[in-house]
Design a protein around this ligand. Structure first.
Ligand code: MG
Ligand code: MG
Length: 246
């Protein structure tokens, strides 16, 4: 679906709120902090900016962010988990402004992290940007996944298949999906005004996932570390515009 200039403006605003949630939670990452404290910091940003949460109550999700440490890929529920020196943690944030959604995630280290963990985060972020570069008018959507997959697999990593990116607008998750791998067909042709959340989930080991009994948390089946980066991006006449940058 294509968004009007007015709609894109609202999504720009929602994106800025999400970027602010990133900055605020990132600044709080240190050993001893709980994931619930990160959630509360993000909730304070939403309140200050008069934004609504698209995560809270989404299919019953109980928080405004997802916090997924180490071998957890996505959808971790903030709680009493205490961040440890050397952890990596994915923080996924979303906001609604005037009915329009923003959605973005980052993965960061807590204190000093291993070289392995740092490389995983660097490659995953690089794969996101390789995907974003494909969001140009006239290109086909699944080139995004092809680009993500190339970067991740060249580094020897596994690309998660069961969870994917998505179009976004008046709902957080709209059609079509945005796979992080080549799904065997080129997908829809990109037009100006389309907006997508691109979100590679990359594992040091294999791509297989496992869902925990809480019904949300998704971990790597082989317990290898996983990283997740996401932005909300519009296809414009001037190339991709990332809404969720500060
Ligand atoms: Mg997200
Ligand atoms: Mg998303």
């Amino acid at each position: 679906m294509r968004r009007s200039a007015d709609e894109l403006n609202k999504m720009r605003k929602a994106g800025k709120v999400v970027a602010e949630m990133h900055e605020a939670t990132r600044a709080a990452l240190r050993p001893g902090v709980t994931t619930m404290e990160l959630n509360n910091i993000a909730a304070a940003v939403l309140e200050r900016r008069n934004a609504r949460s698209n995560f809270l109550n989404y299919n019953g999700f109980p928080a405004v962010i997802c916090t997924s440490p180490n071998d957890m890929i996505v959808h971790g529920i903030p709680g009493d988990y205490v961040l440890q020196e050397g952890d990596i943690i994915s923080v996924d944030c979303g906001a609604i402004i005037e009915g329009y959604h923003g959605d973005a995630a980052y993965t960061a280290g807590v204190g000093e992290v291993s070289k392995e963990a740092q490389r995983l985060m660097d490659v995953t972020e690089r794969s996101l940007w390789a995907g974003i570069e494909q969001l140009v008018k006239g290109n086909r959507l699944h080139e995004v996944g092809r680009a993500v997959q190339q970067v991740a697999e060249a580094a020897g990593y596994g690309v998660v298949r069961e969870y994917v990116g998505h179009a976004i607008g008046t709902a957080m998750h709209e059609s079509p999906q945005v796979p992080n791998y080549w799904p065997g067909s080129p997908g829809p042709t990109l037009k100006e005004g389309m907006v997508f959340a691109v979100e590679p989930m990359i594992n040091i080991g294999g791509p297989e996932t496992f869902q925990l009994e809480d019904g949300w948390s998704v971990v790597t089946a082989d317990q290898s570390l996983s990283a997740h980066f996401e932005h909300t991006i519009a296809v414009t006449d001037n190339g991709p515009e990332v809404f969720t940058l500060p």
